[in-house]
Design a binder for this molecule. Sequence first.
Ligand code: MN
Length: 489
Amino acid sequence: MTIGQVAKKIKENYPNSDLDLLNLAYEFALKAHGNQKRKTGEPYIQHSLHTAFTLASIKADLNTVIAGILHDVPEDTDISLEEIKKNFGDDVAFLVEGITKLSKIKYRGVERYRESLRKMFLAMAQDLRVILIKFCDRLHNLRTLDALPKDKRIRIAKETMEIYAPIAGLLGVWKLKWQMEDICFKYLYPEEFKKLEYKYEIEKKAERNKYSQKVKKILEEHLKKEEMQFEIEDRFKHLYNIYNKMQRKDRKFDEIYDVFALRVIVNTIPECYKVLGIIHSIWRPKSDRIKDYIAVPKPNGYRSLHTTVFGPENKATEFQIRTQEMHDEAQYGIAAHWHYKAMTGDKAKLTQQPHWVKDILNILKANEGSKDDFISKVKVNVFKNRIFVFSPKGDVFDLPEDSTPIDFAYVVHTDIGHKATAALVNNKMAPLNQALKNGDLVEIITDKNRKSPNRAWLKFVKTHRAKEKINQATKTSKLEQLKKIIPGI
Ligand code: MN
């Protein structure tokens, strides 16, 4: 990575940027980091440049990119924040300071988790750009995880999945969220990752390419008759996303995979509808799969037209139709939003926060001093439909909403599920079907002599995993019972 590549990326999105300051920041960081090397053996400046480049590609503004280059200077070198302020101004210094504060996490276990979550929210409440820099920093750290010892790799991957990825999703920075998740998936579930990667990347790739080329060609012929600019692209499916869907919906890889997905990008909203009409005139749509998220955007602001048609060879083929602006927003979220506002002359402040950030800030203020209550009081969208509960050892587990101690037990270990007899929630006895809340501390009491789980649990468990394990275990034990009655089966 070179500073030239970073500069080029910025120019693509902000053609009028003055790049002198960027070059100055590069020289400054280069000198400050001196001979420092990354664990990979690369010069340290490579990490700074990669962080800056990712920031530029999500359309972050010049000051944010500059702060990206400088983000590790006060932490890892002798140069002070004051000097950064003198050379690059208050705004850049403020961002660098924010990042430096974020990286100082003192605790371990549950406290570490709470502390880093709290710090992320605090940073967000001050300026969302700090979080964007942190995401890009983390992404490059993830890409170079192989250079670290195994326990550190796992810790960083877990922390990313638990804290960074959900927040990236909340801010709509999907592109970074997916990239982070796919890397973490590889480290946290190596076997599942390999299997999916093989299926998706090797086994089916040729078939997928051939089919999408065919669809593209047909659609292109029709669109060329109209006077409009368009772009058709293949949609890459994220492995972790496929994995998640398989888990959640209890479906096989092929059922999820076998939907081909393409995206059409045009200039205007009327053209989106025109393309939809053209697609429907070529292929028969699945009537229940037409979604107009332009007229009625999703609650998170997502806009696009979706349709699934019976394409060539009668294969289910999914289309997303959107403008470039919608496309950028769908990938870069809040960052794209600022970009468009800046480009249209709207003086939206880059520090503008979504309303929930203010809500969190209020919760933080109200809870000053009593930090223990923080997580349970933060009822934000980040954790919508998910809750985080803790084991007595301080491990964090992420579960669907309304999960019960039995769901928790099965996530910790199959055997703990099978042998569960009672639960302590926040050190108090609780029924096994109690709905758990964010931040609960759950302890499962087991009975070593217990042979199998209780089938009645199936009535209240929420997770697929618990259902499956209970079913499996009770099936075998029925078989064993039968064996006792009819020897020799
Ligand atoms: Mn860094």
